[in-house]
Write a protein that binds this ligand. Structure first.
Ligand SMILES: CC(C)(COP(=O)(O)OP(=O)(O)OC[C@H]1O[C@@H](n2cnc3c(N)ncnc32)[C@H](O)[C@@H]1OP(=O)(O)O)[C@@H](O)C(=O)NCCC(=O)NCCS
Length: 169
């Protein structure tokens, strides 16, 4: 699907070049929390990997996992998805591509099979919080020290039931 020049597609496997680019721009955007060449192919095969590109240039990605149904903090997560990572390369940020990518991903996942998309966001990540809010996510809990001492997160969710497959733009 192409919106405003941005093409979003799901990849089920990764060629070497695409993997190198995703690893680099993931690291630039997310630092050491970015997935590397050990995990990106796993997400592509066992989860869902969506890649955003402008022409031949890969500019961002969204990494989605499928929840197994039981979670100590979130209780029943049956039929839920977890958005593990979302990023746009720094040189392309602030141009609406993150919103386009996330709307496309949500639209793709609002297919009746899944109940919610869960994710976390750094409370100090203003761009991330604005983006998630704009797409319809709501903040449901604070997760202090979620990723280790001082690495706090907000737990967020988007109900997929009721969204049409064309998304909620
Ligand atoms: C978060 C991210 C994906 C947003 O993508 P983007 O293409 O830069 O964002 P967009 O241009 O589509 O804008 C989305 C919203 O964020 C806001 N925004 C974008 N850059 C911003 C910034 N530097 N500061 C504050 N708000 C910002 C926009 O104003 C917009 O909000 P609005 O609709 O209320 O106006 C991107 O900035 C990124 O990759 N950041 C680093 C990784 C990250 O934080 N990922 C999300 C958490 S996992």
């Amino acid at each position: 699907m192409i919106h405003g020049g941005l093409a979003v597609r799901r990849l089920r496997s990764l060629d070497t070049r695409t993997m190198e680019v995703l690893e680099r721009i993931g690291r630039e955007a997310l630092g050491d929390s970015a997935l590397d060449h050990w995990m990106l192919p796993v997400v592509a095969r066992c989860g869902m990997l969506f890649v955003a590109s402008l022409g031949r240039e890969t500019v961002g990605a969204a990494e989605v996992l499928i929840c197994m149904g039981e979670d100590e903090q979130m209780s029943d997560t049956g039929n839920d998805l977890y958005l593990e990572g979302l990023y746009i390369s720094p040189e392309h940020q602030g141009k609406g591509y993150g919103a386009t990518l996330l709307f496309e991903v949500v639209s793709n996942l609002a297919n009746g099979k899944f109940r919610r998309i869960l994710a976390t966001v750094d409370p100090e990540n203003e761009a991330g919080r604005r983006l998630y809010h704009r797409v319809g996510f709501r903040e449901i809990a604070e997760l202090p020290d979620h990723y280790g001492a001082g690495r706090h997160r907000l737990s967020i969710e988007l109900e997929l039931a009721g969204l049409s497959a064309s998304g909620n733009k």
